[in-house]
Design a protein around this ligand. Structure first.
Ligand code: ARG
Length: 246
């Protein structure tokens, strides 16, 4: 009995700190969206979203494991239970809110246009009758649908944003519409590609949030507490500066 008791006590003592360190949540991210999420040489997911969510988790009392997950079907991984959080530069939209819950916003963004350096496009409405590449089901896809109509044959959809940009580089389309941070990052880091960025004041503000399965209040509470804490203590600003300067 003494031995059994000792073994039980030991396992309780061992188990307690593990439990207190918090649960590990599986995080879905489409890691082809630098500087928010991408794969480094060691096949690790890195980027602004990773740094922010890790800091949020540290404050919220939980752990996160990032898993590169295709964008198409990324939200379905929440309802199936394969993933607990989608952290993928996800814009909070009313439509998405119907099938999942969102944290408080953690980043402000908007759409932006990439065209070849010699393009005559100067504003979004110039794309009305031009060929535009987007990542399927993104807010970029949505704004182009609004301009050209849902069934427009000039919208070319790709499963990732790099593939959409590839299509622009090879001359298959006249423009790409995607989130500003990603467009600016690509054009700045690929000078040889001779692309330019076209901004347009008509694009609405978008806010990134973390998506969880509808009704997962427990996790949302922890995430929101973490977001609040890293904004209050300067951690968020530090990470922001690391990726976007000033
Ligand atoms: N913010 C846009 C949206 O939510 C694009 C996000 C794409 N994210 C990614 N990692 N590919 O629709």
């Amino acid at each position: 009995f003494g031995k059994l008791f000792a073994a039980l006590t030991a396992s309780v003592i061992l188990a307690t700190p593990v439990f207190a360190a918090g649960k590990t949540y599986q995080v879905a991210t489409d890691a082809s969206y630098a500087p928010f999420e991408s794969m480094n040489d060691k096949k690790e997911v890195v980027g602004f979203d990773v740094d922010v969510l890790k800091a949020v988790a540290a404050k919220g009392g939980f752990d996160v494991k990032f898993i590169n997950t295709p964008w198409e079907g990324i939200f379905a991984t929440l309802s199936t239970g394969d993933r607990d959080i989608v952290s993928s530069a996800v814009t909070i939209t009313d439509e998405r809110k119907q099938s999942m819950d969102f944290s408080e916003p953690y980043f402000e963004a908007k759409q932006m246009i990439a065209v070849s350096g010699s393009s005559k496009v100067t504003r979004f409405t110039d794309l009305k009758n031009l060929k535009v590449a987007v990542q399927t089901g993104t807010t970029g896809d949505e704004v182009v649908q609004k301009l050209q109509g849902k069934t427009s044959p000039n919208i070319k959809r790709f499963e990732s944003t790099p593939l959409a940009i590839q299509e622009l580089l090879s001359g298959g389309v006249d423009a790409v519409v995607a989130d500003n941070g990603v467009v600016i990052n690509y054009v700045a880091n690929n000078k040889g590609a001779k692309l330019k960025v076209v901004d347009d004041s008509s694009f609405a503000k978008e806010y990134y949030g973390y998506a969880v399965k509808k009704g997962n209040k427990d996790l949302l509470t922890k995430i929101n507490a973490g977001i609040k804490a890293i904004k209050a203590d300067g951690t968020y600003d530090k990470i922001y500066k690391k990726y976007f300067g000033n």
